[in-house]
Write a protein that binds this ligand. Structure first.
Ligand SMILES: [Cu+2]
Length: 144
């Protein structure tokens, strides 16, 4: 009998010793976040070469009462198979487009007083031309 009481007391003490920790911990909260982003961009670029170009057969005054004729712009660049259109702006004086070399060049544009004329260029290269009516009235078409 006496031994049993002792054993019970020992057991009780043993259990009581474990009561100090409830098993929970608390602390400051921390959080981390991550973000991801994606971006897409589209861009288009154009160089100097386009499928079509327009050239004006221009008439200006030199300031002393004399007309000055020119192709404006004097130089254009188009892509292969592109078209150049010449327009006589003033519509009073005949101009033509005569290519310096016929190799690869389209047919010449004859004297044009009003309106416009177009030519298609199928062969890459540089084509110089002039208006034979007016010395110094020159232009150039580059085909890429
Ligand atoms: Cu001319």
């Amino acid at each position: 009998m006496r031994l049993s009481y002792v054993l019970l007391a020992v057991v009780a003490i043993g259990c009581g010793g474990g009561g100090g920790d409830n098993g929970y911990t608390t602390g400051p909260g921390t959080g981390t976040g991550t973000g991801t982003g994606t971006g897409t961009g589209t861009g288009t670029g154009t160089g100097t070469a386009t499928g079509t170009a327009s050239v004006t057969m221009k008439q200006t005054d030199d300031g002393y009462g004399s007309a000055v004729f020119s192709f404006a712009p004097s130089s254009v660049t188009i892509t292969k198979g592109g078209t150049v259109t010449w327009t006589n702006e003033a519509g009073t004086t005949a101009h033509n487009v005569t290519f310096s070399s016929t190799a690869g060049a389209p047919s010449n544009v004859g004297n044009l007083v009003t309106g416009s004329a177009s030519r298609q260029f199928d062969t890459p290269g540089t084509y110089s031309y002039q208006c034979t009516n007016h010395p110094g009235m020159n232009g150039q078409v580059t085909v890429q």
